[in-house]
Ligand binder design. Structure first.
Ligand code: FAD
Length: 305
């Protein structure tokens, strides 16, 4: 109930307009968001790199409705890739196709993201297409398979969500292409017709997808903070003789930093998703929805300061 209320609030632009200048809300966001500028985000990446953790930078922002905004977001991603390269940081980028104009037209989104992928290729880097709500799954996977992946096999990958009933079929499709997949549980409120309502089923589907990706896929990103699933990934890798450099664990900035460091110490690869920018409200609300206890946790930390 609280999760669905928070996810509902995440879509209310009017509330963001109200809270964005409230100091308390901004402070809560700073737990999960690496500042509002490229500089603050790159500094956060440098700190992670110093601990042996790589990063994926996400310029916060979701669906845009003007071509100028979409092109500006694309331009900023080119700059981010240039600056990652200039500072020799270990980081790639994550993009949302809707932030690059997909809701205006598929062609515009493709044109802009192709430029970003071409720049990533120039630096031997990588662009991950984040997955949004199920309304976008088909469009995103079709665009990826037909228009982005061919010719850029090493430089672009997708995300699949174990909450969706369709996901094992999508895993098979991606493995057939030999495309890089990040597997996550899924952060959006979805109808039971397309998604499992019970968390136990989401977790079971995650493990099934993860096993297939580890066995048959290409360098999967195992994106979760779920300790039971992480333990299962390590156990499965040992059982099947899958070397630790054949996959990576991924976590979110500010979440389970202890576990991030521990996983690196054990000899596994870890990438942290580092969001930054002024459009932090929907992202923050999804993080609170995942763990409503964060509201009390962050409020407590803020009050103590
Ligand atoms: P859960 O079962 O939700 O949590 C397991 C445990 O982790 C919890 O018990 C809690 O202790 C801890 N935990 C989880 N979330 C939090 C939190 N916010 N704060 C503190 N502790 C927490 N979703 C998409 O829909 N599309 C994407 O493209 C996408 N990309 C992602 C990229 C990365 C690198 C990661 C890590 C997640 C991404 N997600 C994405 C979000 C994902 O779908 C889940 O919503 C999120 O990761 C929480 O699920 P979990 O696997 O950690 O498991």
């Amino acid at each position: 109930m609280l999760r669905s209320s928070l996810l509902y609030l995440s879509r209310q632009q009017g509330i963001f307009d109200f809270v964005k200048n409230v100091g308390f809300a901004r402070k809560m966001a700073s737990r999960f968001v690496a500042g509002e500028t490229v500089n603050t985000a790159l500094d956060a990446v440098a700190q992670l790199n110093a601990k042996g953790i790589s990063a994926s930078l996400d310029l916060l922002g979701e669906s845009v409705h003007s071509e100028a905004e979409a092109r500006e977001t694309g331009r900023q991603y080119l700059e981010i890739l240039d600056r990652i390269h200039a500072r020799t940081l270990d980081a790639n980028v994550s993009v949302k196709l809707t932030a690059l104009g997909q809701d205006i037209s598929d062609d515009l989104g493709v044109e802009i993201v192709r430029d970003v992928i071409a720049r990533a290729k120039q630096y031997d880097s990588f662009v991950r297409l984040d997955m949004e709500s199920s309304a976008y799954t088909d469009r995103t996977l079709d665009t990826f398979e037909q228009k982005l992946f061919p010719g850029h096999e090493n430089n672009v990958g997708v995300v699949l969500q174990s909450s969706l009933r369709r996901t094992l079929a999508d895993v098979a499709r991606a493995n057939k292409l030999s495309a890089r997949v990040r597997i996550c549980k899924g952060a959006y409120l979805e109808p039971p017709a397309v998604a499992f309502p019970d968390k136990a089923d989401v977790d079971k589907n995650y493990v099934a997808a993860m096993h297939t990706l580890m066995l048959e896929g290409r360098y999967p990103g195992i994106a979760t903070h779920d300790e039971a699933i992480i333990a299962e990934a390590k156990r499965f890798a040992k059982e099947k003789g899958i070397a630790p450099d054949r996959f990576e664990f991924q976590m979110l900035y500010g979440v389970r930093r202890d576990l991030q460091e521990q996983i690196v110490k054990e000899g596994y690869r870890m990438r942290v998703y580092v969001p930054f920018g002024s459009q932090w409200y929907p992202y923050l609300m999804r993080r609170l929805a995942e763990r409503p206890a964060n509201i009390a946790f962050m409020a407590g930390n803020i009050v103590k300061e």
